[in-house]
Design a protein around this ligand. Sequence first.
Ligand SMILES: Cc1cc2nc3c(=O)[nH]c(=O)nc-3n(C[C@H](O)[C@H](O)[C@H](O)COP(=O)(O)O)c2cc1C
Length: 533
Amino acid sequence: MANRGRVTKAKPKAATGKPAKAKEKAREKATAKAKAIARPAAAPQRLAPPVLSVRVAPQVTLESWSNGHLGAVVDFYPLDLGQPSEAAKKRVLALKDGIKLGTLGGERQADQEVARVVQVLARQGLVEYPLTREADRAEIAIIEPQMADYWPDVSKLASTDTVVLSRFAYLRRRGSEMVLESPRAGALIRIIDPAIATMLTMLATPQTVGTLRKLAGFPGIELLGLLVDCAILFKLDKPEDDGRRPSEGDETLVMWDFHDLLFHARSAEGRQANLVGGAYPYLDSIAPPPAIRPGWQGARVDLKAALPTPSETVSSAAKLFRERVSVRDYDDQNPITLAELSLFLDGTARVLSRWESPLDLEDGSDGPMLDYTRRPYPTGGSAYELELYVTVANCAGLASGLYHYDADAHTLTQIPARPEQLGAMLDFAQFAMGADGRPQILLTVTSRFARLAWKYSSIAYALTLKDVGALLQTLYLMAADMGLGGCAVGTSDIDLFEKTTGLPFHVEGPVGQFTLGRPVATDEASDTSPPRR
Ligand SMILES: Cc1cc2nc3c(=O)[nH]c(=O)nc-3n(C[C@H](O)[C@H](O)[C@H](O)COP(=O)(O)O)c2cc1C
């Protein structure tokens, strides 16, 4: 991205508007084609609505323990579910086969006890929700929560409502199942009834609920409502809307490419139930790849022989590179000071200068005026889309809390945040580092995705991650130079950050983290100790 003046001339797909008539024709054609595939039944079917149940996920075993408590065993780990009444216990144990979700809202004490246990299990992603056809008791789909607070809500839909598939939704094979997913959804749907896939094909173009209802094998309006709740389908306000990119969500969402939003949601914690981090999934099947690539065969140039004498080689930069280490444990009796934090941010992230220049459209004309900054670390296209949020746990002269670093004014602005959310962010970093205590300071690097995506197609998210790498090394080197300790943290919880700050995950979200503080003396610098994480 060295050439910051370079402009991709291709217009965003959303802007390449076909004339209205052609669009209408294309839509009619697509609808007719989809209708042909879906073979409408002669008359609207009035079948009993499918039933939504809740049951424990396959990896969970429910047990009645000898101390009177109910327990769930998840991959050998026991989870105490408390001591509900005998009546409630019996119903909770029935969660193995499933209980109807509709029966959970009752007033009776036992109903409420069951609902509480279900919620505890649901928050840990230990339940799933089968949708069963009444007529033959066949399961047509199963909902698997991906976010801790997912609860299946059936959005209300009228026959006259028009719905369309989100451009972020995708259907794929997972093992021997078909799953319908979206980075925007709080849950994924295992599709069992092929008629649902047929309906989804039709939903590539907007359809009224009334039209869908007439389909042979229509899976029920409840499923449509659940899909709308998951943002896998969305409702169109105006019938003439073609359901394309600009119809779905705010300007920032419009600028996300499908693969970028999927990458963002699937490579962080908070919006998915998959394993994240060092789980060694191929331990039993594939040998560990080596630390050093096996050499190429061929003639070699020996660079060692070409090295100048040691006195000429060790520049202050090279010395700093060699001294840099990851420091995970901090001296809480002697914490980092506000003056040190100020110097650290000044040296690594502060805006050095600002300028404006018009966008060169490369046809002799100018586009809008664009503003740029210069900062100590490099960034793709001079975008400087990265922001720093400072979570302070222990800093002499600065109150604990969450702050945004204004890199232009060199000030910290406190953001109201609940102490338990800040504690969760610090604990997350402590756990990721395998550290003995919380870090004194946690820097959360966020990306204002739109700043990059406004310019770059297809590479915006990849660029932001590369920018994070450049910033992280800058933070590491400054910490080493100042005698402070720091450590990169490879994962972030994008949902926790959204809940803490109120910033939607697609607008501005964490893409990196770095802990900072006064180091305690450890043997971390040892060249032979294995990485803790
Ligand atoms: C992108 C990135 C992510 C990292 N994530 C973690 C992490 O989550 N937990 C941790 O303890 N260390 C993490 N580290 C630190 C590495 O483990 C460390 O850099 C590596 O072991 C080399 O050790 P050194 O930094 O002391 O030279 C991360 C480093 C980088 C660059």
